[in-house]
Design a binder for this molecule. Structure first.
Ligand SMILES: [Zn+2]
Length: 312
């Protein structure tokens, strides 16, 4: 008996089960190197519309082989993983996408004090107790404790050959809420959707921004205003969605102009402003979406550009 694997090492390097192409064979276990084989996804209980579901592609042990006892995919290995402390995405070189009941869930553990407008977590929802509860339920979720972890997930998803398939599987859990990747993570292409979703006061989400200009304040407040690249909302009325960040000067120093970042926290819509050219022939209305950054955990640079970014 052994656990199913969703990632294995093929002749061309590491592959997710849903990425496999001809010529990737043979495969071995990424943890102990034993031989494994690829199983295609299939439909189970296809005859019953209510029970019908797709079983995702995976790898299984080649007949007659077994994982080493210390391997994380052997049963003793899996039990020891269940009993050890939960591991954050940040602790690994690359996030592992373990499909569980068709989903890959990452639990946010970024202190949401960040968001003053969000109700403080009850003691029931403190991280220690959450971990305990997950253990009691017999399963440990992956968790993410900073934007660095979000950036790692982003890089792994956007860099994958099966980007859309993978992003459909990924869910982000924030306290009692669970969001699909597309409802949590906004790249420039989805800024208009983000703006709409902030209508009722704002939300804790992650936004991919490209830094345009940083205005350091000379005053006592030591807060910088960071303008990020905007996208067109309505070409007819010349309206754009413009993200900006308020960030302590000390943290703003770490930002690089023209680089891309994931900025996580409580995003809200702020007052729009209009720009007019000197000869008054051109006008742009900026619909502003804003994030106050209070700690370094809220932003991280991403390495893999988004698909829509390449089109731009
Ligand atoms: Zn193994």
């Amino acid at each position: 008996m052994a656990m199913r694997l969703f990632r294995a090492i093929g002749s061309q390097g590491s592959r997710f089960a849903w990425e496999v192409k001809d010529g990737d064979r043979p495969f071995t276990c990424p943890s102990c190197g034993v031989s494994v084989e690829h199983v295609n996804s299939y439909i189970t209980k296809g005859e019953d519309a209510r029970l019908r579901r797709e079983v995702p592609a995976c790898f299984r042990l080649t007949k007659g082989e077994s994982h080493k006892d210390t391997c994380s995919h052997s049963v003793p290995g899996a039990v020891s993983i269940l009993m050890r402390e939960s591991e954050a995405v940040e602790d690994r070189a690359e996030p592992e996408f373990e499909v569980d009941r068709g989903q890959i869930k990452f639990r946010l553990n970024i202190p949401t004090v960040i968001a003053k407008k969000v109700k403080a977590a009850s003691s029931e929802e403190s991280f220690g107790q959450r971990t305990g509860r997950i253990l009691k339920e017999g399963r440990l979720d992956n968790f993410v404790r900073s934007a660095v972890g979000l950036a790692q997930i982003w890089n792994a998803i956007e860099g994958s050959n099966e980007r859309s398939q993978l992003s459909e599987l990924v869910k982000i859990a924030d306290r009692s809420k669970e969001l699909s990747w597309s409802r949590f993570f906004y790249s420039p292409k989805s800024y208009p959707t983000l703006l709409k979703s902030l209508k009722d006061g704002g939300r804790s989400v992650a936004v991919l921004v490209s830094i345009n200009e940083i205005y350091e304040s000379a005053g006592d407040d030591e807060i910088s205003l960071v303008h990020c690249s905007s996208v067109v909302l309505d070409a007819k009325t010349n309206t754009q969605v413009a993200p900006s960040l308020w960030i302590p000067n000390g943290l703003a120093e770490r930002l690089v102009v023209n680089a891309q970042y994931i900025a996580f926290g409580f995003w809200r819509e702020t007052k729009p402003n209009e720009w007019e050219s000197q000869d008054k022939t051109r006008k742009i209305l900026y619909r502003n979406v804003t994030l106050n950054i209070e700690r370094a955990a809220q932003f991280a640079r991403v390495l893999v550009p988004s698909e829509d970014d390449l089109e731009a």
